[in-house]
Design a binder for this molecule. Structure first.
Ligand code: GAR
Length: 201
């Protein structure tokens, strides 16, 4: 059974999707710890309700960025997890942390990457005028939302969409994609060829 650390910054609905997938047997994993950079994150309550240990590492400010992520690296190493899942964790990890967990950190992002990386991906999609957007689960590398892609799911954009309505439609797909991607990664039935995540079989 794969041990996970889940990093969050807010609502934690993707964390909830993992908790639910584990509870109903779709995902053979254990969430060893949930870590938030915000003390008030709603996702912390979701974790506590599910009996999962939580840790708050409050953001120390840009000037103490190095110290912050050194501390996080220590916490993750102590948690002894197989995979680190960024589920709405809205800070960019430093190179050192990414290198300490090679191919062991994944992120969910609300667009079809490489389109619309960074913050407000749903707003970017609406402003650009695409007719199809979606979500991506990818390995974290040293760039911004740029690592090899594990799973993507498309979502249509409608004329009457607002940022909120589009975000909600994408979120429903995120909740399917994240547990599937975690299961795939834990299965070890994949390899990275160039930029592509392909089946080992
Ligand atoms: C999700 O839409 C996730 O894709 C996005 O934050 C939201 C978190 O929701 N992440 C990013 O934009 C990362 N660049 P949640 O807290 O309910 O899971």
């Amino acid at each position: 059974m794969g041990r996970l650390a889940v990093l969050i910054s807010g609502r934690g609905s993707n964390l909830q999707a993992l908790i639910d997938a584990i509870a109903d047997g779709r995902l053979d994993a254990e969430i060893a710890t949930v870590i938030s950079d915000r003390p008030g994150a709603l996702g912390l309550d979701r974790a506590r309700q599910a009996g999962i240990p939580t840790q708050v590492l409050p953001w120390l400010g840009e000037k103490r960025r190095v110290e912050y992520f050194q501390n996080m690296q220590r916490v993750l190493q102590e948690a002894d997890v197989e995979l680190v899942v960024l589920a709405g964790f809205l800070r960019i990890l430093p190179m050192e942390l990414v290198r300490a967990f090679p191919q062991r950190i994944i992120n969910i992002h609300p667009s079809l990457l490489p389109a619309f990386p960074g913050l407000n991906a749903q707003r970017q999609a609406l402003e650009y005028g695409v007719r199809i957007t979606g979500c991506t689960v990818h390995f974290v590398d040293e760039g911004l939302d740029s690592g090899p892609i594990i799973i993507q799911k498309p979502v249509p954009v409608y004329d009457y969409d607002t940022e909120a309505s589009l975000a909600e439609r994408i979120l429903a797909k995120e909740h399917e994609a994240l547990p599937q991607a975690v299961a795939l990664v834990l299965s070890k039935q994949w390899q990275i060829r160039g930029r592509r995540v392909v089946c080992k079989c």
